[in-house]
Design a binder for this molecule. Structure first.
Ligand code: GDP
Ligand code: MG
Length: 439
């Protein structure tokens, strides 16, 4: 049977850009808005799958296979024709560095959870050094942002998982840990997936998921003999992520790294690598593994994710690394923002059930009484959900006022909607009275 080429919509969108002159980072809010406020997804819960790690280790190359799988609508034939060049996020031969930054795919994908609920999946590529020594601030901004906004973080490594790799990751997750200090229940981050490329010891530990789990268990084991800093990094990672997985990939073959005109076609890639892609890619992108992004224990929608990008960039806009106090403040704001959205949603649902759509007209006094009750409970919802905010009372109060303002605006909208159903007012002329009586 002839296998068709997989057709892919979209293009990479740079969202975090480094300014050439000053070296500082800027968020392209317009570009982000275009993707996250797309009506197809704006009000859906969102999963952000990001691939992070050092330069030139096949991150974008892998992401393009993820794109191919999503574009084929998870079909059995998702790999397509063996002679189809690999496209999507730009990947390339050679050792030259590319600019540092974060890119997302312009077309979000919708996937159905087992419950029937649809969530939006955003694929994110990163370009940076991912090591503490070289250009600390650059890589910290890129990878701390990636860690903060993703719900599935694929940490792409070469040959093995080294102590340095864990230490680097700890730096980026430390922001999440600071946020977690005030909160004893939820993990600040959701899934971490170590992806080891060109796994070096397949005769000791086999390729694949099970081998990966075995390696991970050995590496993350805390023993008395370890240096205290090494013990701590392991404990931190377990505390930070709800779920940690690992997959060991074979080498893709010499065409991939040496053939001058290699364009990513499967025909040039080692069969063993392709066979593992067939397992790894559907596994990474299975609905149960595509978890919703949560902030402060609350799942968030695409529309709200936009606010977290901007909040986060506020923290990192200065030339120095942020102080811990700034980060605690950031955590309080992020948590308050998520709780505010939950409060608004509660209010909207309550009022919608009372006066929305085809509900009958409510008398003004009744409407006001219901509004006060719903507002009170929306504030309660806000306070209950605002786990990280609690230690910073002024932030909690500021966002509570914002919630009250938003609720006020929504009340006006519902009042107008309700008034429009007032047949006594509408029936001023015999013609309208007639239509009201008829229908
Ligand atoms: P990125 O900078 O991490 O995004 O790396 P790219 O995806 O641009 O790939 C850089 C180079 O690595 C390209 O020449 C790819 O063909 C090659 N490459 C892709 N996957 C692998 C892999 O699993 N192992 C090795 N050794 N090279 C790979
Ligand atoms: Mg790349």
């Amino acid at each position: 049977m002839q296998v068709e080429d997989i057709v892919m919509d979209g293009h990479p969108v740079p969202v975090l850009i480094q300014c050439e002159d000053t070296g500082s980072f800027e968020l392209d809010e317009e570009a982000l808005e275009e993707v996250l406020l797309n009506p197809k997804i704006a009000d859906k819960y969102v999963c952000v799958l990001a691939v992070a790690g050092a330069f030139r280790k096949g991150k974008s190359f892998l992401l393009d296979f993820l794109l191919r799988y999503m574009s084929s609508q998870q079909s059995q034939e998702w790999l397509g024709d063996v002679d189809q060049p690999l496209q999507g996020f730009k990947w390339r031969q050679g050792s030259k560095r590319e600019t540092t930054g974060v890119l997302i795919w312009s077309e979000p994908f919708l996937i159905k959870k087992r419950s029937g609920e649809e969530i939006a999946v955003i694929l994110m590529d990163t370009q940076g050094t991912f090591d503490i020594q070289s250009s600390m601030k650059d890589s910290t901004t890129v990878f701390a942002l990636t860690t903060m906004v993703s719900s599935v973080l694929v940490y792409n490594l070469m040959n093995n998982i080294q102590e340095d790799d864990l230490m680097n990751l700890q730096l980026f997750t430390s922001y999440g840990m600071l946020a977690q200090e005030d909160c004893d229940s939820a993990h600040p981050f959701q899934r971490l997936h170590f992806l080891v490329r060109d796994w070096g010891f397949p005769y000791e530990v086999p390729y694949g998921h099970q081998g990966g789990q075995k390696l991970l268990d050995e590496i993350l084991l805390v023993t008395e003999k370890q240096h205290p800093a090494h013990q701590e990094v392991r404990r931190d990672l377990r505390k930070c992520f709800r779920d940690i997985n690992c997959y060991l990939m074979p080498h893709p073959g010499f065409n991939v790294i040496q053939k001058a005109d290699f364009d990513g076609r499967l025909a040039d890639i080692e069969e063993e690598f392709v066979n593992h892609l067939k397992v790894l890619v559907p596994r990474l992108l299975s609905p149960e593994n595509l978890v919703k992004k949560e902030i402060g224990g609350q799942p968030i929608k695409a529309r709200d994710l936009l606010k977290f990008f901007t909040l986060f960039m506020e923290v990192f806009k200065d030339s120095d690394l942020p102080e811990p106090t700034t980060l605690v403040e950031f955590a309080a704001q992020a948590s308050s923002q998520a709780a505010l959205e939950a409060g608004k949603e509660f209010y909207a649902e309550t009022m919608e059930a009372l006066v929305g759509g085809d509900r009958p007209f409510l008398k003004t006094v009744q409407m006001e009484a219901e509004h006060s009750k719903a507002k009170e409970r929306a504030i309660q919802t806000y306070l209950e959900k605002n786990k990280y905010g609690r230690k910073n009372q002024s932030v909690v109060e500021k966002y509570q006022l914002m919630l009250e303002e938003e609720v006020g605006k929504m009340f006006l909208k519902y009042s107008q909607q309700n008034e429009a159903k007032n047949v006594f007012k509408a029936a001023r002329t015999p013609a309208t009275l007639f239509s009201v009586l008829m229908f």
